[in-house]
Design a protein around this ligand. Structure first.
Ligand SMILES: Cc1cc2nc3c(=O)[nH]c(=O)nc-3n(C[C@H](O)[C@H](O)[C@H](O)COP(=O)(O)OP(=O)(O)OC[C@H]3O[C@@H](n4cnc5c(N)ncnc54)[C@H](O)[C@@H]3O)c2cc1C
Length: 367
């Protein structure tokens, strides 16, 4: 029987674990935390279910939807995002909507800029991408400061790789305000979110919790844990690839979040269909506030909110900076044939749950 060693039990560890087990492999999953599921695990705060970050399932891929929906029934969301514009002292929907421009203090200037936008844009970085699509004023109001704070950048011109991934639907919206109406936009029906998927995926796998890998002998597909060496036929790593090679080409840069959660003594805070509120003003500290029961439909006379504040205390988001992406590629290219680096950290790409399912199905199919 062939044996796979998988580092990390998030989505990008669990999906390959499940698919390899179905192909008759023996699978050992090594997880440093005391729980499985990584960033998408649902926890309780008091009685309120929550994840760190909202983690709804957003996808254009029917295969990814069908795969997950079999194990965790998914419910469609009709979701609107608000953004608070301090200078207008009001909330607008996000992305900025054409019908709202007349209500903005700079309406005339914004319209002038929209009238002269280039037919075709040739963006070299995040800033030119946005200014060429919505003009300087709308960019400054809705995007500029938010993005600098979200990625802890001095200037948005530093973001020069894959910045298109940050756009929701269209840069300037028209018509209905619900996000991603032509995609699957869903959330698990069960109270414990995606957790049952992790349990099903890892059933009959060996799962070592609270276990840190302290050494990587990649050529011999061997890992050092708790003073022991374990050998597999392949290693699937879902952690940052620099860790596998002792940061020999330099440490990869990531941005994290502090999540501040609190319960309020009121049934609902946000208006109907509003799930997120973004804060894009220059002096804001938080980037986003989420009302969790919009996603979970948890019934309670109280409601749980979380406030997200960009931070370097944890590593959650790979950056979209070409030099960092190149550095990650150097690590990934240097891996021996039987070592696979997958998932959000493993590929150093801004990818979501659905991409991870698609990626896992594809690469496990080749094994
Ligand atoms: C705040 C936030 C919000 C998001 N929201 C959404 C969303 O709404 N919709 C969506 O589709 N996607 C969302 N994503 C992206 C998506 O959740 C991730 O791409 C996906 O969950 C990543 O899964 P993963 O298994 O690659 O990583 P993780 O879930 O981070 O799992 C990695 C696992 O590896 C373990 N580990 C780390 N180091 C070691 C080690 N040395 N030894 C052993 N184990 C180790 C960790 O403990 C963890 O369990 C969001 C991401 C973030 C950060």
């Amino acid at each position: 029987m062939k044996k796979a060693l998988i580092i990390g039990s998030g989505f990008s560890g669990c999906v390959p674990a499940m698919l390899l087990k179905e192909k008759g492999w023996s699978v050992t999953v090594i997880e440093k935390a005391d729980f499985v599921g990584g960033g998408v695990r649902t926890f309780l705060y008091g009685e309120h279910p929550f994840t760190y970050g909202p983690r709804h399932f957003l996808s254009p891929y029917p295969e990814a939807y069908s795969f997950l929906n079999k194990y965790v029934p998914l419910r469609d969301l009709k979701k609107i995002n608000y953004t608070y514009i301090e200078s207008d002292q009001t909330f607008f929907t996000y992305p900025p909507h054409r019908d709202d421009i007349g209500k903005m203090a700079e309406a005339e200037q914004i319209q002038k800029e929209l009238d002269v936008l280039p037919e075709e844009s040739h963006a070299i970085n995040f800033e030119t991408f946005w200014t060429q699509r919505v003009g300087e004023t709308l960019y400054s109001k809705f995007i500029k400061h938010y993005n600098k704070r979200a990625w802890l950048l001095d200037s948005n011109t530093e973001m020069d790789f894959g910045f298109e991934a940050t756009v929701k639907r269209k840069p300037l919206e028209t018509g209905e305000r619900y996000e991603f109406k032509d995609w699957y936009n869903c959330y698990p029906i069960p109270h414990d979110g995606y957790n049952r998927f992790f349990d099903i995926a890892l059933d009959e796998c060996e799962v070592l919790l609270n276990t840190n890998v302290t050494g990587f002998d990649l050529e011999r597909t061997t890992l050092h844990i708790n003073d022991q060496k374990i050998k597999g036929d392949i290693i699937i790593s879902t952690i940052s690839p620099d860790i596998l090679m002792d940061c020999q080409y330099g440490e990869l840069k990531y941005v994290g979040r502090d999540f501040l959660k609190f319960v309020l003594p009121i049934e609902h805070v946000f208006p109907k269909d509003v799930y997120f509120i973004y804060y894009p003003n220059e002096n804001d500290t938080q980037t986003r506030v989420v009302e969790y029961k919009k996603f979970t439909l948890h019934e309670s006379p109280h409601t749980l909110l979380s406030v997200e504040v960009p931070s370097l205390k944890n590593k959650l988001y790979p950056t979209m900076i070409q030099s960092e992406v190149d550095k990650a590629k150097q690590y990934i290219d240097a891996l021996p044939a039987d070592v696979y680096s997958v998932g959000r950290m493993g590929t150093y790409r801004y990818i979501d749950i659905d991409d991870i399912i698609m990626q896992s199905m594809e690469f496990v199919g080749t094994l």
